[in-house]
Write a protein that binds this ligand. Structure first.
Ligand code: ARG
Length: 451
């Protein structure tokens, strides 16, 4: 029988797994599992503490296991196909280090609930980062809006000039959309904030596991009660999470698209500092907005990841299936992609230069047509009649005082009444909430590690 560092947890030793099987089942997953190593060790620390509490491990055994796990926590683990996965690698390392004691750790759990817990912890941390980045961007946009609140800018429909608007309205619009997105992020964070540990293979075990304890030690707010529901949430939770991220990406993809256009020679409304641009290998005259173009394109990555996850989950019967491993990559990558796009934008926005002359020049007379029509209406002319009168005299329109025109749009949410202080206090409140959550979470892990 083959015993040693690369043995599978389920191997009998009768026949060695074909290398083609090892490669096919593990290869793509290895870098992802390496990124999960830390969470796997944290989960094991909590599981070991629980096993001691319910009498499966003695205090001395728990102490030795803890010591070995803590050493692994600081190591960068690299996997190869013979290791199969991170759970196997860590168990093999523990067995090599502690002998039989290492073989006790897996009591009352399965890799199925283990990988769920790893992914939940990974998602929670990335979602915290995403929420904080998202709010930093919302804040940067609100500041930008305030600084340029009454700088006129045409509003477009059908990509044609439509109405007078402002840089303030444009920037605050994205800030407000991001506040909607942060609500979605919060909802999926809560779903990820329930511990699956103890579900084992999806059917529980004949042992008095203390699931509330492992949940608490890992900083989970709740336990996913029904063992099978916990198992069946694999992939579905990923889908919900990636969908929320898709919404974030749709918001910032549009922001990136606006910026690509509005910073072009054709518009010239904004200027992107050169250090955020790239050049052409052929044309010395060019500075290109590659950064923004890639953000725009990465919407596809995240939104299609939702489809990829849903298609894996769709059609699976209850319980664990190896298919579910395929949801790992779109899930983990979407979290990183979204976080990184947000981080880039929140650094760019405060640096964006505004060309007020170009913006004013683009506010041509015809976009004030509705202003004139509504003046007629106020004198008692029915709207449709005033509209038709004006349509015949479009060429006579003149550009009015731009600031006055904006201030007249004084209803709630109009360019003259953006209520930026309300927006900013909402952002600040959400920011505080997420900072508190992040602190609470980090403190809990710190306790688990240093107890
Ligand atoms: N790599 C596996 C996954 O991501 C871990 C769980 C394996 N469980 C099993 N029963 N083969 O799903």
């Amino acid at each position: 029988m083959r015993v040693g560092l690369t043995m599978k947890l389920w191997e009998t030793g009768r026949e060695k797994t074909d290398v083609i099987v090892e490669r096919f089942t593990a290869q793509d997953d290895l870098p992802l599992d390496e990124a999960l190593a830390r969470y796997d060790v944290l989960g094991s620390l909590a599981h070991a503490a629980m096993l001691q509490k319910i009498g499966v491990l003695t205090a001395e055994e728990h102490c030795r296991l803890r010591g070995a796990l803590l050493e692994l926590l600081d190591q960068k683990l690299t996997l190869s196909v013979e290791d199969e996965d991170i759970h196997t690698k860590i168990e093999n390392l523990l067995v090599a280090r502690l002998g039989e004691l290492g073989q006790k750790l897996h009591t009352g759990r399965s890799r199925n609930d283990q990988v769920l817990a790893d992914l939940r912890l990974y998602a929670k941390e990335r979602l915290q980062e995403i929420a904080l980045e998202l709010l930093a961007l919302a804040e940067a946009l609100a500041e930008f809006a305030q600084k340029h609140e009454f700088v006129p800018m045409p509003g477009y429909t059908h990509t044609r000039r439509a109405m007078p608007a402002s840089v303030g309205l444009w920037a605050a619009a994205f800030s407000e959309s991001l506040l909607d997105d942060v609500k979605l992020v919060k909802a999926v964070y809560e779903l990820n904030d329930a511990s699956p540990l103890g579900a084992a293979a999806g059917y529980g075990v004949p042992l008095a596991l203390d699931r509330a304890l492992t949940a608490e030690l890992l900083g989970f707010k709740a336990v996913q009660r029904n063992a099978l529901a916990a198992m069946n949430s694999r992939g579905k939770l990923e889908f919900a999470t990636v969908s929320a991220l898709g919404s974030v990406m749709l918001t910032i993809g549009r922001l990136a698209d606006d910026l690509v256009w509005f910073s072009s020679e054709e518009f010239g409304f904004f200027e992107i500092p050169e250090r955020f641009c790239t050049g052409s290998s052929l044309m010395p005259n060019k500075t290109n907005p590659d950064l923004l173009e890639l953000i725009r394109a990465r919407v596809a990555r995240v939104v299609s990841a939702g489809g990829a996850v849903a298609l894996v989950v769709h059609g699976l019967t209850s319980g664990y299936h190896r298919d579910l491993q395929e949801t790992k990559e779109p899930f983990m990558k979407s979290l990183l992609t979204t976080r990184d796009c947000l981080a880039v934008l929140s650094r760019l926005i405060p640096e964006l230069r505004v060309n007020e002359a170009k913006l004013r020049a683009a506010c041509s007379a015809e976009i004030f047509a509705v202003d004139r029509v509504l003046e007629e209406v106020q004198r008692g002319v029915p709207f449709r009649k005033a509209y038709q009168n004006l349509k015949r005299e479009l060429s006579a329109l003149r550009v009015p005082n731009l600031k006055d025109a904006l201030k007249k749009r004084a209803h709630l949410g109009g360019p003259g009444n953006l209520q930026l202080d309300v927006l900013k206090s909402e952002i600040e409140r959400a920011h505080r909430e997420w900072r508190v959550e992040r602190e609470r979470y980090l403190k809990t892990l710190d306790r688990l590690i240093h107890q």
